[in-house]
Design a protein around this ligand. Sequence first.
Ligand code: PHE
Length: 343
Amino acid sequence: MELKDIIVNGLEAINKAETLEQLNEVRIAYLSKKGHLTSVMGQMRNLSNEERPMFGKKVNEVKEKIESAYQQKVSELEAIRLERKMKEDAIDITLPGPEFTIGAQNPLIIIQREIEDVFREMGYQVVEGDEIELDLYNFERANIPQDHPAREMQDTFYIDEHTLLRTHTTAIQTRALEENAPHIPLKVICPGKVYRRDDDDATHSHQFVQTEGLVVGHNITLSDLKGTLSLFAKRMFGDDRVIRFRPSYFQFTEPSVEVDVSCHICNGKGCNVCKHTGWIEILGAGMVHPHVLRDAGYTDPTLTGFAFGAGVERIAMLKYGIEDIRSFYTNDKRFIEQFKRYE
Ligand code: PHE
């Protein structure tokens, strides 16, 4: 190609390039070692000594012009590319954000916290323990010796001869007694999961949640227990609730009672929920057996205490009208979401 064509064609090619890639092709064609400008230098050979410097000068001028046109075009195309990229990547701040869903608490947790709150306000300390427990704390210290028929009341998952899945939160209480003896007053509330060998159905589960309370001190009587549980019943089921004691039997309390609350659905008149008796059983309770106190290290025989235990599932089922205990454990979102609290 002649030098005069190189300048015209080169500038035109640069001008026409629409992308940096096309422009690079032009650079290779004109400015690289194998490009038109290099090959035009070959023509020097055919020139006289006088003509050569002149020609060389012209070639350089053309080269500079093409180079500067090339550089300018590079800047232009880069600016265009940047602008396009900024447009493409732009964040539309008017778009609605992703929706965050708030989780719901399992009703068992809600009820457990409510129970804890009632007793915390009365000065109780919340104490927890391990679900894998020694026979010693689950049974022996609760005045249920080896081979005693009372063990049959709680069908147990044994891990080995001395270790089991605790069958009641009384195990937390016997440990709390031992740890605190002979300190008084002792006031603890003990929530936790417990396990019994049971066939699961609408009202039974091999794993459930209990919450037990325990008080030890001077002059603690059955009427203190009644006053305490009466307040508890009102706080859980409404101010109009009253309670009654019925005699019962537990190894670790003497005397032992079963605690009924007047039905919160029919107000005691009789309905399906209370099986037309007007009363609903919600707790086991009693005065702590002297052996339990003594074995844990409360050796002062004038000390007394009361204890009570409630099934958290049962209270939640009564409060929310839940008919199948398995609903608590199946993690069905439709069930759990009913307990969402919008605050
Ligand atoms: N631990 C008893 C049970 O699981 C409940 C209970 C606790 C009864 C405290 C009396 C006193 O059935």
